[in-house]
Design a protein around this ligand. Structure first.
Ligand code: F6P
Length: 564
């Protein structure tokens, strides 16, 4: 099915209505203090439940009536049609002529037969691969799977980059409290040899399993690292007397210590990995949308199939909510539309994501690829230029650490930075400091920050504290710094799935408003091609050096002069 050209959101009646609304708010004066004082139901009107997460949007620069304007924009740009097309496998990634079906990765087995796309029963195929992954994971977890010298696996090393790394490492870190078997995972991504060297330190090759994860199985970093890991494995097994170095034993060692995840199983076989121990996925799974496919095999091994299933159920809960809830009540859609509001009406450039849970410390990095590789684009899906600013720079660090680093700029800087705060009512590590429950003290910080950002502190309040007049201005907080609070019960596998699906769909909503194909990533290609061209120039090929621009030549000359 051909897709229609994008609707220019900026030319819709809903956009004009939002512009009027924005102008009116500006002329009245935006004041969260006044808005809260005038409307005792403000928080109730702007709070939502989706899955088992609670969302409070009331500390944002919106009024309850703004939600209807957001919903009208969704209708004017036919967001429902785009969602429907995505969920049913229309090739909405038109620059690559692909379906975008990550939602099929987390459908229950009861959906088999319902999502036949390009002749493929997607859910059936997904469940078949999951069953194979679970069987393999159970073998490793039970100790039935043994390394070449007969020892159980204690460490899993995932080799991948981008979507083949950021998702798995983020989820591995997020769920550490659920590690029941003591299997450790490490994640190598960078082609910088330092990464591999550090990750291999202190591990025993006899008890290590490498998972080479690459959708394409052509990525320079991953294949280079996979070859280095294979060399390390064989050399160290031999040095330890675990193998004799014969071709036969080497092949056996690779078969016992390497598995792969890819859409290109032929290339996996070429690399020398037994395709019996390779798990596939499909070109309708984008790399940055793939952690819930076979790309998450390290998660299934470390935390087990049941937890992986909970994780998938979390995604599915949000998928269903997003696809079936009317836009004016659909917090997932509303968060995407509100991000557009901040970018295109308030001129915000960046968006902070601030998890109040240390286990989520890789979540902002994960979101950077998800959101910025998806929506960092200047042309629309029909090749025409965008009609407004697109993309947001997502960034963040866990609280409370960020409070002592960059929050100053969010509180008192000149830029408007919408921020999502994410917290959980329960902790896996309850601790007391005397009578004080430390988790409660932690949560008090989450609440204090969103309160300070919203309501600030006036000059009169500063003066009332007896502050010297000369430094009153420095101590004023303007407030009206928008935040969304996302509150969950526990950082469970289910909740992690929910959070990922939430931001996946936010990305889709923003991309649809801007008319983007959020599922291609042509912007990463040029650098890859140039790196291959430059590589020969670096070492000694003067002819290749001469072809470089003057700046690149000078930098290479610096390198040649300093290498030792
Ligand atoms: O170069 C960008 C990219 O294609 C990402 O989109 C992807 O997640 C990453 O590289 C890794 O790709 P692969 O899984 O094919 O190795």
């Amino acid at each position: 099915m051909a897709i229609n050209p994008p609707i220019d959101a900026t030319q819709t009646p809903a956009w004009a209505a939002l512009q009027n609304h924005f102008n009116q708010l500006q002329s009245e004066g935006i004041s969260l203090r006044d808005w809260f004082a005038a409307d005792p139901n403000r928080t109730a009107s702007l709070s939502f439940e989706a899955g088992d997460l609670h969302f409070d949007l009331s500390k944002n620069l919106i009024k309850p009536e703004t939600l209807q304007l957001f919903a009208n924009l969704a209708k004017d740009i036919k967001l429902d049609e785009r969602i429907q097309q995505q969920y049913t496998g229309v090739h909405i990634n038109n620059t690559e002529d692909r379906a975008v079906l990550h939602t099929a990765l987390r459908r229950p087995a009861s959906d088999e037969g319902k999502f036949i796309v390009d002749g493929q029963d997607t859910v059936k195929d997904v469940r078949e691969v999951l069953d194979r992954i679970y069987a393999f994971a159970n073998k490793v977890r039970s100790g039935e799977w043994k390394g070449v010298s007969g020892k159980e696996i204690k460490t899993v090393v995932n080799i991948g980059i981008g979507g083949s790394d950021l998702g798995p490492v983020m989820v591995y870190e997020a769920l550490k409290a659920y590690n029941d078997k003591g299997i450790q995972a490490r994640y190598v991504s960078n082609i910088d040899p330092n990464d591999m060297a550090e990750k291999l330190k202190g591990i025993d090759p006899e008890t290590t399993l490498f998972i080479v994860v690459s959708k394409t199985f052509t990525t320079l970093e991953t294949l280079t690292n996979a070859r280095s890991a294979r060399t390390w494995l064989l050399e160290n097994l031999k040095a330890q007397g675990a193998i004799d170095g014969s071709d036969e034993k080497n092949a056996e060692a690779v078969a016992k210590h390497f598995i792969a995840v890819s859409t290109a199983l032929d290339k996996v076989a070429e690399f020398g990995i037994d395709t019996e121990n390779a798990f596939g996925f499909w070109n309708w799974v984008g790399g940055r949308y793939s952690v819930d496919s076979a790309v998450g095999t390290s998660i299934a091994i470390v935390y087990g199939p049941e937890r992986f299933e909970d994780f998938l159920r979390g995604f599915h809960a949000i998928d269903e909510y997003f696809a079936t809830t009317p836009f004016e009540k659909n917090v997932v859609a509303l968060m995407g539309l509100m991000n557009v509001w901040y970018v295109n009406f308030f001129g915000a450039h960046s968006h902070a994501v601030l998890p109040y849970n240390q286990y989520l410390h890789r979540f902002p990095a994960y979101l950077q690829q998800l959101t910025m590789e998806s929506n960092g684009k200047s042309v629309r899906w029909d090749g025409t230029p965008v009609t407004t600013q697109t993309g947001e720079i997502f960034w963040g660090e866990p609280g409370t650490n960020g409070q002592h680093a960059f929050y100053q700029l969010i509180h008192q800087g000149t830029r408007l930075i919408p921020a999502d705060f994410i917290a959980f009512a329960n902790t896996s590590n309850a601790t007391k400091d005397g009578e004080q429950d430390v988790h409660e003290l932690f949560l008090a910080n989450f609440l204090a920050q969103t309160k300070a950002l919203a309501f600030g502190k006036t000059a009169d309040e500063v003066r009332a504290e007896g502050t010297d007049e000369a430094i009153v201005p420095a101590r004023v907080f303007t407030g009206n710094r928008p935040t969304t609070s996302i509150f969950g019960d526990t950082l469970s596998p289910f909740a992690v799935g929910e959070l990922i699906a939430l931001y996946e769909h936010i990305t889709l909503v923003e991309g649809t408003v801007w008319g983007l194909d959020s599922y291609d990533q042509w912007g990463v290609e040029l650098g890859k091609v140039l790196a291959k061209q430059i590589a020969p120039a670096i070492s000694q090929n003067d002819a290749a050096l001469a072809e470089q621009d003057q700046s690149t030549q000078a930098l290479i000359n610096f390198y040649r002069a300093h290498r030792h």
